[in-house]
Design a protein around this ligand. Structure first.
Ligand SMILES: *Cc1c(COP(=O)(O)O)cnc(C)c1O
Length: 366
């Protein structure tokens, strides 16, 4: 059995007022506490603590500011009607965090201890989890390199931090298909680069295209591969799926695409339902050809924030393509209802994906 993590807890005496649940937005408000742990070469990960939410004090030379040695994760906690709190596949998030860490030369974390730290933090701030339909607590674990030297080398010091934000329903007025701009000039990542790591630079590099897309009335960018600008990669911070002639096709994880946990859940669900899923190279031409032949039925993005995001239109170099008459497809809807049902505990979880916070408590000595 892994040894229980020793976490010191300092609670705040000044609790913040909670925002109204219909005005939460995304990542705007933060809970009263945060988790923090430090790394040094001598002590490795140490000083695990839950403290009042507060600013960080960092040396201006801290490596994270100069060389971007930082990685993050994103997951959610859901409160159900009976007051129980669920996490969705949290071990998978921390396993992915370690893969990002490895790529970015950041020391790895103990997955079970990270989950334990997260559960303790959630228990301390449990009254921050909103309960209105579609709302949840968004969780942002991240690691930053803090060594205060300007040499380009892996840092010898890090902070691992978890902050949490109550977030509103992604679709307060029901699911709305989004319009997607296919980026054919800039690229997000290259095979051999850091596209499969959840590291800050990938998102900074995407901002310019996102701005251009917004100016033209599109909500998200669809990325093509870095070498040929031909093969579909992903959409913004979501993986992407197309239903073509009864089968579902999604780009194969080739090293430049983020391995989404929602993506993996969708593949498992579809397979469970007996629907063929192909993970392979998928060119943007194939999508337009399938549409011409009347075979393109649905398209959607997958990610923790939106869960499932229907795609109603794509624009590739001025060629507009309306998918499913711009309406949310049947399978897209079913995936959304099933996944969110499992997450909120309103439908059975045959895959063992959810983990109830505090459920293991009775067995462990605290
Ligand atoms: C986080 C992320 C995803 C989605 O991953 P989930 O685990 O499903 O939330 C997809 N693409 C990118 C680029 C991401 O950063």
């Amino acid at each position: 059995m892994t040894q229980s993590l020793s976490i010191t807890v300092e609670t705040t005496s000044q609790k913040k007022a909670k925002p109204p649940q219909d005005q939460l937005g995304f990542g705007i408000h933060f809970t009263d506490h945060m988790f923090m742990m430090d790394y040094s070469v001598e002590q490795e990960w140490h000083n695990a603590r839950i403290i009042p939410y507060q600013p960080l004090v960092l040396d201006p030379a801290a490596k994270v500011f100069h060389y971007g040695q930082t990685i993050f994760e994103g997951l959610k906690a859901y409160k159900s009607a009976d007051g129980s709190i669920r996490l969705f596949r949290p071990q998978d998030n921390f396993a992915r965090m370690n893969r990002s860490n490895d790529r970015m030369s950041v020391p790895e974390l103990d997955i079970d201890k990270a989950v334990e730290a997260l559960e303790r933090l959630i228990e301390v701030d449990a009254d921050w989890i909103p309960t209105e339909p579609g709302t949840s607590l968004y969780i942002r674990p991240y690691v930053i390199a803090t060594q205060a030297t300007l040499g380009v080398a892996p840092s010898e010091n890090y902070h691992f931090i978890i902050i949490m934000s109550p977030v509103g329903a992604y679709y307060p007025e029901g699911m709305n298909p989004v319009k997607i701009y296919v980026e054919s000039q800039f690229v997000r990542a290259m095979v051999g680069g850091v596209g499969e790591a959840k590291t800050a630079g990938n998102y900074a590099a995407a901002l310019k295209s996102q701005q251009i897309a917004k100016e033209q009335g599109y909500t998200q960018v669809l990325w093509l591969d870095g070498a040929e600008h031909k093969y579909i990669e992903e959409v913004g911070s979501m993986n992407v799926f197309f239903k073509i002639g009864g089968k579902v096709v999604t780009p194969v994880l080739n090293g430049s695409i983020l391995a989404g946990i929602t993506r993996s859940s969708v593949i498992q669900l579809l397979t469970h339902w007996g629907i063929t899923v192909e993970e392979r190279r998928l060119s943007i031409d194939e999508i337009y050809e399938a549409a011409e032949q009347g075979l393109l039925e649905e398209a959607f993005g997958t990610g923790t924030a939106a869960v499932i995001s229907p795609i109603g239109e794509v624009n590739w170099g001025g060629q507009k393509l309306v998918i499913g008459e711009g309406r949310t497809g049947e399978l897209t809807n079913k995936l959304y209802d099933t996944l969110t049902g499992i997450q909120y505990g309103t439908i059975e979880d045959p895959f063992g994906w959810t983990r109830e916070v505090g459920a293991g408590k009775a067995e462990s000595v605290r």
